[in-house]
Ligand binder design. Structure first.
Ligand SMILES: [Zn+2]
Ligand SMILES: [Zn+2]
Length: 266
């Protein structure tokens, strides 16, 4: 399974010259099962727009698996090219959280010029509950996280181990963290929410995010092979993020910053 970061920034795609190296698009991760020739898209932040531009030609199945409904994980969806190409008809996998939304509300006037009913390739909606699910060739497990309004983490089987995508999580709820630790145990690669620094976090209790120090310790404690720091704070510079990466490696050497465009395999 090939993984490619399409958007790595949290909250808002605020682009600055000093932060563009790591990337400023909001969350989107492209998974490709190369044997089956199938794509699974994790989240629909602004990073999904660039992915959509590569999806041209005859229709093929596209599945978009959402973690939750905050804008930064959805704001690219109305601009996803397959929705405007007849015959593509992507499937949007929607987690059962406390605040479910009807898909058509995303396209409603006055917020968007093309109503859902007039999309050339209206998406289908599918429901995701905690536990196992299968999306084409992808074997997926869903696990609730601690985040305002809820969010799901996903563990997806690859050829050389599992990938865990767990963004938008605030550590500190003992029961949730215990179950989450068991969920990530032994994974080949884990993508975690490192929005804050340890110094910033106390002033943002309840915002639903972690820091790099917590991520590195959590990965080390649960037998993870590789950690990717993700959901970077908007505006944080490339230089500051490289310092964070170096500091995190001091706790857990197999750590990398998620950088837009980076590809790896599991
Ligand atoms: Zn987010
Ligand atoms: Zn969120």
């Amino acid at each position: 399974m090939r993984i490619r970061f399409r958007g790595v920034r949290g909250s808002v795609p605020w682009a600055t010259m000093a932060s563009i190296g790591v990337g400023c698009n909001t969350p989107c991760v492209e998974l490709t099962d190369e044997a089956a020739g199938r794509t699974l898209v994790l989240d629909a932040g602004s990073g999904i727009v660039g992915l959509g531009e590569t999806m041209t030609g005859p229709p093929h199945p596209v599945d978009v698996l959402l973690t939750h409904y905050h804008w930064d994980h959805l704001q690219g969806l109305p601009f996803f090219a397959p929705l405007f190409q007849p015959g593509w008809r992507p499937t949007i996998w929607m987690p059962t959280l406390s605040s479910e939304i009807p898909l058509d509300a995303l396209f409603a006037s006055p917020f968007f010029p093309v109503p859902f009913e007039r999309l050339p390739s209206r998406p289908a909606a599918a429901i995701v509950r905690p536990g196992r699910l299968r999306i084409g060739p992808f074997e997926v497990r869903a696990q609730p996280l601690h985040h305002p309004g809820g969010a799901f983490a996903y563990r997806i089987r690859g050829e050389a181990g599992d990938l865990v995508y767990a963004t938008d999580h605030e550590f500190g709820d003992e029961a949730v963290d215990l179950a989450f630790g068991a969920f990530i145990h032994g994974a080949a690669a884990v993508i975690l929410d490192a929005h804050f620094t340890p110094a910033e976090r106390p002033a943002h209790a309840g915002w639903g995010h972690g820091d790099w120090d917590q991520c590195a310790r959590f990965a080390a404690a649960h037998g993870v092979a590789h950690l990717w720091l993700f959901h970077h704070k908007p505006g944080r510079t490339d230089e500051a993020l490289r310092t964070i990466e170096a500091d995190a490696r001091g706790l857990f050497p197999a750590t990398d910053l998620a950088v837009e465009g980076t590809t790896f395999h599991v």
